[in-house]
Design a protein around this ligand. Structure first.
Ligand code: B4P
Length: 183
């Protein structure tokens, strides 16, 4: 089993859902920048206050802020595998991650792209109903994904690390596809 993984994909593709299952099954540390940012918001920290309005508009939190969080989390890990879920989301984040991982001597084993049609993404997120799951905000998040995050597909393809997974279907069916692609 590969144990240093990145999950890429549009909002609502199921990155968080599948990452949690895979990490639980294989004893890998799940690092979700979305969850880490939401904890800061819930705790009312200065960082959370800065992030909240940005997230509620469906924009990306600044690279500097997200990088500071990821760097401290990665440095606190004592070896073992990890799965970065929802990070990196921009080319500068990916370049900074490369630098950090080369310092830590922990290269990425694989990057998983979860692919799903916009119609299904929108339906899933509207059904969830988080503060950033209104239709207008979801459409903005999809635009931000295409503009800022989708370029990472070619970035990781060029490094020979990218595996695409069809994210349509039941949670169990997708989990099975993921297990097969890593075994
Ligand atoms: P995230 O928390 O990363 O969330 P996401 O992309 O919206 O969702 P994900 O793909 O994880 O979908 P999930 O499993 O939850 O980002 C939120 C915000 O945080 C961003 O917009 C941004 O502002 C900020 N942020 C995070 N990382 C950042 C970074 N690196 N840089 C800058 N800003 C950052 O699934 C969605 C729903 O679908 C759930 O309700 C789930 O139950 C359901 N679902 C999942 N799989 C399903 C299936 N197979 N069938 C039916 N429903 C399913």
């Amino acid at each position: 089993m590969k144990s240093r993984l990145l999950f890429l994909g549009p909002p609502g593709a199921g990155k968080g859902t599948q990452a949690a299952r895979l990490c639980q099954a294989h004893g890998i540390k799940h690092l979700s920048t979305g969850d880490l940012l939401r904890s800061e918001v819930a705790a009312g920290t200065a960082l959370g206050q800065e992030a909240e309005a940005v997230m509620n508009r469906g924009e990306l939190v600044s690279d500097a802020l997200v990088l500071a969080i990821v760097e401290s989390q990665m440095k606190a890990l004592n070896g073992g595998g990890w799965l970065l879920d929802g990070f990196p989301r921009t080319v500068p984040q990916a370049e900074a991650l490369d630098k950090l991982l080369s310092e830590l001597q922990q290269p990425i084993d694989a990057v998983v792209l979860l692919e799903l049609d916009d119609g299904v993404l929108i339906e899933r997120l509207l059904a969830r109903g988080r503060a950033d799951d209104t239709e207008a905000v979801i459409r903005n998040r999809l635009e931000v994904y295409r503009d800022k995050t989708a370029p990472l597909i070619d970035f990781y393809k060029a490094k020979g690390l990218l595996t695409s997974i069809e994210a349509q279907g039941s949670m169990d069916a997708i989990a099975e596809r993921l297990e097969k692609s890593f075994s």
